[in-house]
Write a protein that binds this ligand. Structure first.
Ligand SMILES: C[S@@+](CC[C@H](N)C(=O)[O-])C[C@H]1O[C@@H](n2cnc3c(N)ncnc32)[C@H](O)[C@@H]1O
Length: 308
């Protein structure tokens, strides 16, 4: 089905996030055995290092260690036109942390579906959620095999909680929603925090991102939340936009920014948590260390919606 699951090394034995619940482990192990059929070790995961990839480029921008020359060249090229890019990556990560903390502490959300997880980095969703609610559960999803290869760090759940990882594509929601690891990790009869942070700008309109969100949201009960962040040109001067647009696409890959109005549409039918969709550097950021970056440096919109 085009998805694999794994942890330390991709393989049927390295799958369980915790062994506190024997039944759960057995169930997930069975699901993962099927998902990873033919994948006996990590060396069989094919990772193309010759072209830049969002997960590795983002890791480079955050000061991580999992990136290759093509990723660095791509990030450096974008930085030459948009000097705020490293700040943007850091601010996005901060937004994610604040959003997960808010959902867990204010709304008691204890299960999360994090699509477009990225390479593990300090403040992974389960670490943040479990620091508030130790029993919290997280299912991570990404379509980049390099994230699978590093997914061990995502499976370090607290004993009381659970985490799992599947390699799947947001553009094929059914594969995520029907994956046995989802049903084994999350209870879709109870509210879920759906996290789609810094991902949708990699999906052009031709991928129909609205329909994809609608399809996933339709599987979640009322009282669930959507956390979303998205690159925007709303705060940028025209000449900076022109410089970014002039960069060669093979270097930068697909990147479709959207306006505030377009990002708001992803929350259709939901109640937006005040102040609504806005610049992520200011979104509930009153406790972040000063000085705060500007909207232009960050160039990201974000918000949280609650399903009715
Ligand atoms: C910029 S990173 C964001 C990581 C994390 N959400 C965060 O905000 O820190 C974008 C991630 O989305 C993943 N991604 C991009 N397109 C995807 C798709 N169609 N399905 C699943 N994951 C995708 C990339 O592989 C990458 O890991």
């Amino acid at each position: 089905m085009g998805s694999q699951t794994g942890s330390e090394a991709a393989g049927p034995r390295q799958v369980a996030a915790d062994d506190a619940d024997g039944d759960w482990s057995a169930e997930v192990e069975q699901a993962l055995t099927e998902a990873t059929e033919g994948l006996s070790d990590r060396s069989q995961i094919t990772i193309d290092t010759s072209v830049a990839h969002p997960a590795r480029r983002y890791d480079y921008l955050l000061g991580g260690k999992t990136h290759y020359a093509a990723d660095r060249e791509s990030a450096d090229a974008i930085e030459s036109a948009f000097p705020g890019i490293r700040i943007a990556a850091q601010e996005n990560r901060r937004f994610l942390r604040r959003a997960v903390t808010m959902l867990a502490s204010t709304y008691g959300i204890d299960q999360f579906l994090d699509i477009g997880t990225g390479i593990p980095s300090p403040g992974n969703t389960h670490e943040v959620a479990q620091s508030v609610l130790p029993h919290a559960r997280v299912l991570y999803v990404d379509n980049d095999p390099v994230v699978l290869a590093h997914s061990q760090a995502l499976l370090t759940s607290s004993g009381a909680g659970r985490t799992a990882y599947i390699e799947a594509d947001l553009r094929r929601p059914a594969e995520i929603l029907e994956h046995p690891a989802l049903r084994s990790t999350l209870d879709l009869n109870r509210p879920v925090g759906l996290i789609i942070v810094a991902v949708l700008h990699f999906l052009p309109d031709s991928d129909r991102p609205q329909q994809l969100i609608d399809q996933i949201v339709a599987a979640l009960p009322a009282g669930s939340f959507l956390v979303l962040s998205h690159g925007t040109w709303d705060f940028m001067p025209a000449e900076m936009i022109a410089q970014i647009k002039a960069l060669p696409t093979p270097k930068t890959g697909v990147f479709q920014t959207r306006t505030k109005q377009q990002v708001e549409r992803f929350f259709k039918g939901m109640d937006l948590i005040p102040p609504g969709v806005g610049a992520i550097n200011r979104w509930h950021a009153e406790n972040e260390p000063e000085p705060r970056p500007t909207d232009q440096q960050t160039a990201f919109l974000g918000g949280i919606g609650r399903l009715r």
